[in-house]
Design a protein around this ligand. Sequence first.
Ligand code: KG4
Ligand code: ZN
Length: 334
Amino acid sequence: MNGPFFTLGIETSCDETAVAVLRGQTEIVANTVYSQAKIHATYGGVVPEVASRDHLRKLPRRVKESLQTAGIGIKNLSLVAATYGPGLVWPLLVGLSHGKGIAFGLGMPYVGVNHLEGHIFAHRLSQPDVEPPFMALIVSGGHTSLVVVDEYCSYRLAGSTVDDAAGEALDKVGKMLDIDYPAGAELDRLAKKGDKKAIDFPRPMKDSPGFDFSFAGLKTSVLYYLKKHPGARRENVASSFLESVVDVLTIKSVEATRRYHMKRLVVAGGVAANSRLREVLPARADERGIEVHFPPGDLCTDNAAMIAAAGAYRYLRLGESHPLSLAPQPSLSF
Ligand code: KG4
Ligand code: ZN
């Protein structure tokens, strides 16, 4: 192979059309994320059919623009990596098929990437020198999991949510507070203006053995509170609710890191962008001699650079690639 190794990353598992170009294994040379949130806002949630049609409309142009930003032609690519699960089947199919088309047309290898593994690779992009083993807390709109990363691509699940993901609960409570979907970032801002001790919301599963989470009951507590106190200050509700989520995430992940004899905890996924979590978790982990690493906010939320990074690692380090028959897997886990 001549010249640098360029990977095209494609992410369309939900409502973001994301394309990136990676040089080598960790240098981001293009990374664009187009959010369809405004399109779905009128429906109050993501409509899969609408999402896939919009991906189809936007993706080819996004790929072209990313290559321009990277300053390369399509023939300079060495690998295509696209998310094949978990996510919404039609949106996944659009990105996967587009990636396959490029790989097949140019006769280059192709790797399907697990979106959750992608989130872990956001850490490798920001801190390639801080290597496994570590505990990873993946906390997003669809998942809340604690994963032992013995080495990249070798995982053991330590716990996960038994009902709602943390981000899902944040988005639903946001809706109760009249915040548009996805509510996490706005809830984060609102919470800063409130009193986190104003309301004593429960800390679900805080003292239960094991490392599973549950956020559905907490969300319902907020609903009942608002019904009982219609005049409650939104800022206080946001702040107290968020404090409960952050508290549970912190207690469970620090304890899991300790129990699995790890010295490092990596936090990834959209909720890892939360400012209160980024404040509380490192402070409490430090008391236990645990280092905490967060990727920058734009690599925590969905993006294609993390997908390219996981694909490049699998291909270059593990010699893996997929046949063009690879199908989307909406329920893929670790
Ligand atoms: O990882 P991600 O972009 O998509 C999934 O894979 O689900 O995560 C999206 C989630 C949403 O629930 C969104 O509300 C939440 O991340 N989020 C935040 C923040 N930014 C995004 N939650 C709390 N604080 C934030 N600053
Ligand atoms: Zn995600």
